[in-house]
Design a protein around this ligand. Structure first.
Ligand code: GDP
Ligand code: IMO
Ligand code: MG
Length: 445
């Protein structure tokens, strides 16, 4: 049998089977511009699926100068003709879901085509309370969560005491599940955290009040997505969070509680790995992080401040200033390796305009030992000192560039050097927040 080349349609029992699944993945610590990249591809996409996380995400999209910040709904919601889907791997705060739907409706965006997995879990009031009190209790050891109840909701899921969307349609089961979940949690809240106990009935009534409104959206998303793929429709899986926030592969414990990596797209939406053809890692041309945890190339001085101001690096979800530092190819290489990126989309290159020299991390020094890949030891990573090389910067405004050849030679050299160090081709470059402010090198669809 002749081996398949990447991008070539599969042949199976004489039938040509197109494989049009594409995953968009964060390659650093989040906020890389996944929303913009998803939106940019959106007019060629039939289904846009969120597969992990909840409203801890904040994806900003700018269309015709209008800014949208989506927390729970997939970015494809803004593309006419694209069906938005919340897969089974997502955790859903119903208050947030319907506020987001109503806010979009007020701006003329139709969300009636939204599909929601019956198996997605619900973030209830007690998850949010526990998220906040746990962080307070941890004090200096806190994770710096978004406080949206995401971690506690996933804990309940794994603990088999979670509440799923389908439970909204069976009142007695839902009431029993809320009571069971609260039995433990009220002990914790009252005895450990010195908070008042929560009323099971009140919480169940509130959740049930959404049952009729959500019912038309609820389907078996695995069936819908697999049938769509069978018909050659394009399905885009939009990652939230990022590789280094992954509970298995990230900087544990300073991570989120789900699997944002590419493999999570299959688990979190009910499609097999063979249905995915392209995996695009989104990486910022420098590095940012929100919340606690190690970050070797972080700049705690006026240079970090300049990156933050030039890039508008303030959280979409919590408004917190993002920690900023130089590009770290070791961080992105780890993501490319674990998720099997076929391409990288480099964003916010325009933000780097105006630096005379730009340092790029080429390795770490950990107590005298050199590392060319991320050390497996978290202690070593905490102590990693970046080893830099410097390349020439540029002063020209690059926000109007639409082809690679529009860039000054030094900008081209910066991109080429990053590509070399990561070992994955850079196929798209962002030069501004707008949909059209993009330089495509290789087609992604
Ligand atoms: P996400 O969570 O990965 O979707 O990223 P966020 O939306 O949280 O943060 C990315 C920010 O950068 C948003 O404000 C985007 O509008 C903006 N952005 C995305 N791509 C570019 C780019 O290429 N250049 C500039 N200047 N801004 C960009
Ligand atoms: P998008 O999709 C950046 C971070 C939080 C915290 C850690 C755990 O916009 O890239 P959680 O509330 O998930 O339990 O918090 O993860 N975090 C993000 N940082 N972008 C995100 O999403 C994030 N989602 C969670 O700041 O450090
Ligand atoms: Mg974000």
């Amino acid at each position: 049998m002749t081996p398949l080349r990447r991008g070539e349609p599969l042949t199976w029992e004489g039938r040509r089977t197109h494989v049009p699944g594409i995953i968009i993945n964060g390659a650093q610590w989040g906020d890389e511009g996944k929303g913009k990249v998803t939106d940019r591809l959106g007019d060629r996409v039939d289904f846009c699926v969120r597969y992990s996380g909840g409203n801890n995400a904040g994806h900003t999209i700018v269309v015709n100068g209008e800014r949208y910040a989506l927390h729970l709904l997939p970015s494809g919601t803004l593309n006419e003709g694209c069906r938005p889907v919340l897969g089974n791997g997502v955790v859903i705060d119903l208050d947030v879901l319907f506020t987001e739907i109503d806010d979009l409706a007020a701006r003329g965006v139709d969300t009636s085509g939204l599909m929601i997995s019956a198996n997605a879990h619900i973030i209830a009031e007690y998850h949010k309370t526990i998220d906040k009190v746990t962080e307070r209790f941890l004090g200096k050891a806190k994770i710096g969560t978004t406080g949206r109840g995401v971690g506690p909701a996933y804990s309940d899921k794994v603990n088999r005491i979670g509440i799923r969307i389908q439970d909204l349609f069976d009142e007695s089961i839902l009431r029993r599940k809320v009571e069971a979940a609260l039995e433990q949690k009220n002990h914790l809240l009252v005895k450990v955290y010195n908070r008042r106990a929560l009323e099971a009935d009140e919480i169940a009534d509130h959740l049930l009040s959404y049952a009729d409104r959500i019912r038309p959206h609820v389907v078996d998303t695995s069936i819908v997505l697999n049938e769509a793929l069978d018909q050659g429709k394009v399905v885009l899986f939009e990652g939230a969070q990022a590789h280094h926030l992954d509970v298995d592969h990230g900087t544990y414990p300073y991570v989120t509680s789900s699997n944002p990596v590419a493999a999570g797209a299959c688990v979190g939406s009910g499609v097999g790995p063979t249905r995915v053809d392209r995996i695009v890692g989104v990486a910022k041309a420098y590095t940012t992080r929100v919340g606690e945890g190690p970050f070797p190339t972080e700049l705690n001085d006026e240079r970090g401040e300049k990156l933050r101001n030039d890039g508008g690096e303030f959280g979409t979800t919590t408004g917190r200033p993002r920690r900023c530092g130089w590009f770290d190819p070791l961080v992105v290489e780890a993501a490319a390796r674990v998720s099997g990126f076929t391409d990288i989309f480099l964003t916010k290159l325009d933000t780097l305009t105006g630096w005379e020299k730009i340092p790029i991390c080429v390795g770490y020094d950990v107590n005298g030992e050199r590392f060319d890949k991320l050390p497996y030891s978290q202690t070593a990573f905490h102590h990693a000192k970046p080893i830099y090389e410097e390349v020439e910067g540029w002063t020209e405004d690059i926000s109007g560039a639409r082809q690679f050849s529009d860039f000054p030679a030094t900008t081209q050299a910066y991109v080429k050097r990053l590509e070399e160090l990561i070992g994955t081709r850079i196929s798209g470059i962002g030069v501004g927040p707008g949909r059209e402010q993009t330089v495509m090198i290789n087609d992604l669809l």
